[in-house]
Design a protein around this ligand. Structure first.
Ligand SMILES: NC(=O)c1ccc[n+]([C@@H]2O[C@H](COP(=O)([O-])OP(=O)(O)OC[C@H]3O[C@@H](n4cnc5c(N)ncnc54)[C@H](OP(=O)(O)O)[C@@H]3O)[C@@H](O)[C@H]2O)c1
Length: 300
């Protein structure tokens, strides 16, 4: 089967593609970085992820039976905003319909809501609606925070713990998270390719931590147990923005602080993914957080 995956050389798309190739499937990718080092030795044909050119999108998707869509925008930068990402997702879904794609496997986020005041969550709900309304068969997977070798959030918490004498928690750190291992999400996405029914599933791992417990766990595992101090959320954000100047990145946005504290990175469903962050950290304790992972370097 020919399958189109957005971002096959990026993060979750890379794990998904690896699994598809192992199953003998043909994979093409749509990416903003077609010249990024190709981890698949030329086995994956790359096309531009150019939402403004519908004819080209349709031509590049033609012949594929399934589209696995990982496309997102983490935060607004210039004209690259959440409403624009919704527009782009609609363009991609419309192109998939015109190209004769039969099924979409769409990666979303846990607890999206059209009523949310957070643009990312509002946008994710609108993207899901575009998929559901497309008339194509679909599976929508809703992960929480991803972890894995190329991760940003958990890696950068470890980086802060390694190199700073203390860690500032936004608020009291009592809000909860259920992180999910990126390759477990990839397995759910690949399994979804071969199903025919429509469904929307949360994709979360077996752990549920408070944010403070998670930071403590990371510190204990990498042997950097720093004092964890509670800061008013806006002050913690200000500190992150100050540090961002040194790493030339956007470490944390106001919306992310609100999202983190709104207890939306958990699920009411039983966990569908088995890898525990606790075990993964033990296996990766010598590398996690050694280098800062920059969102801006990755996507801009
Ligand atoms: N990472 C997490 O912790 C996390 C948590 C919950 C949900 N999710 C969801 O999981 C999905 C995949 O996340 P991921 O971290 O695996 O994504 P990713 O691989 O970093 O990116 C996926 C795709 O989106 C494109 N993209 C990312 N940022 C962009 C930007 N600012 N402008 C234009 N294109 C951009 C990438 O472009 P390139 O092809 O050029 O790389 C790639 O094609 C997303 O829907 C996300 O909302 C992620």
């Amino acid at each position: 089967m020919k399958i189109a995956v957005t971002g096959a050389f990026s993060y979750s798309g890379k794990y998904i593609t690896k699994r598809l190739l192992e199953r003998g499937e043909e994979v093409v990718t749509l990416t903003n970085h077609p010249n990024r080092p190709d981890p698949f030795n030329g086995k994956v044909k790359a096309f531009p992820l150019d939402f403004s050119n519908e004819n080209q999108l349709v031509a590049n998707l033609r012949g594929a039976e399934v589209l696995i869509n990982t496309y997102w925008v983490r935060f607004d930068k210039g004209s690259n905003t959440q409403p624009k990402a919704v527009e782009n997702t609609k363009a991609l879904v419309n192109a998939a319909v015109k190209a004769g794609i039969k099924r979409i496997v769409h990666i979303s986020i846990a607890n999206p809501s059209a009523e949310s005041h957070l643009p990312y969550y509002w946008g994710k709900a609108a993207n899901e609606k575009a998929v559901v309304d497309s008339g194509l068969s679909y599976a929508i997977l809703r992960p929480t925070v991803l972890f894995g070798k190329e991760d940003i959030l958990i890696n950068n918490i470890a980086w802060l713990l390694r190199y700073l004498p203390l860690f500032g928690l936004p608020g009291d750190g009592s809000y909860k998270l259920s992180p999910v291992y990126v390759d477990d999400l990839a397995k759910l996405a690949v399994d979804a390719v071969y199903k025919t029914e429509n469904y929307i599933w949360d994709a979360v791992g077996p752990d549920e931590f408070t944010f403070k417990e998670m930071v403590e766990l990371i510190g204990e595992t990498i042997n950097k147990q720093r004092p964890l101090l509670s800061f008013p959320p806006r002050l913690a954000l200000l500190a992150a923005q100050f540090l961002s100047l040194f790493v030339k990145d956007v470490m944390l946005t106001p919306e992310e602080v609100d999202g983190l504290m709104a207890n939306v990175l958990i699920s009411k469903d039983p966990p569908r993914c088995k890898t525990s962050l606790r075990d993964w950290l033990v296996e990766n304790k010598n590398t996690v957080g050694k280098e800062y992972a920059s969102e801006l370097v990755r996507h801009y």
